[in-house]
Design a binder for this molecule. Structure first.
Ligand SMILES: [Zn+2]
Length: 108
């Protein structure tokens, strides 16, 4: 009834997709950081690319952490309870935002 099996499965799918993406970005970053002789303009372009990849990596890692936290709350039986007021978080909200920590009232 409240085992959140459906949400758990979709969180796991999302986590696997993110882990693949973060892994690919990490590989790109390693490749980009290989010492190569370039003129100034090329170096500037390369630094911009690394900034973009770095930002994606951070966002991916943050989302991964939120998903892992949600999964451990499901396992601990505390999932779906607002961390601020202790009331249940609406199922509709959890469907839209499965990593939500607060109910709609507290998040507003
Ligand atoms: Zn609340």
């Amino acid at each position: 009834m409240t085992d959140h099996a459906e949400i758990r499965a979709s969180l796991l799918r999302r986590m696997e997709a993110l882990e693949r993406r973060v892994g690919r970005i990490a590989e790109d970053l390693r490749h980009e950081s290989e010492p190569v002789e370039k003129d100034f303009e090329e170096q500037a372009t390369q630094r911009e690319n690394e900034d973009v990849l770095g930002a994606l990596d951070d966002a991916g890692r943050r989302e991964l952490a939120a998903i892992r936290a949600a999964l451990s709350r499901i396992d601990a039986g505390s999932y779906g309870t607002c961390r601020r007021c202790g009331e249940p978080i609406a199922t509709e909200r959890l469907r839209v935002l499965p990593t939500a920590l607060d109910c709609v009232g507290c998040a507003a």
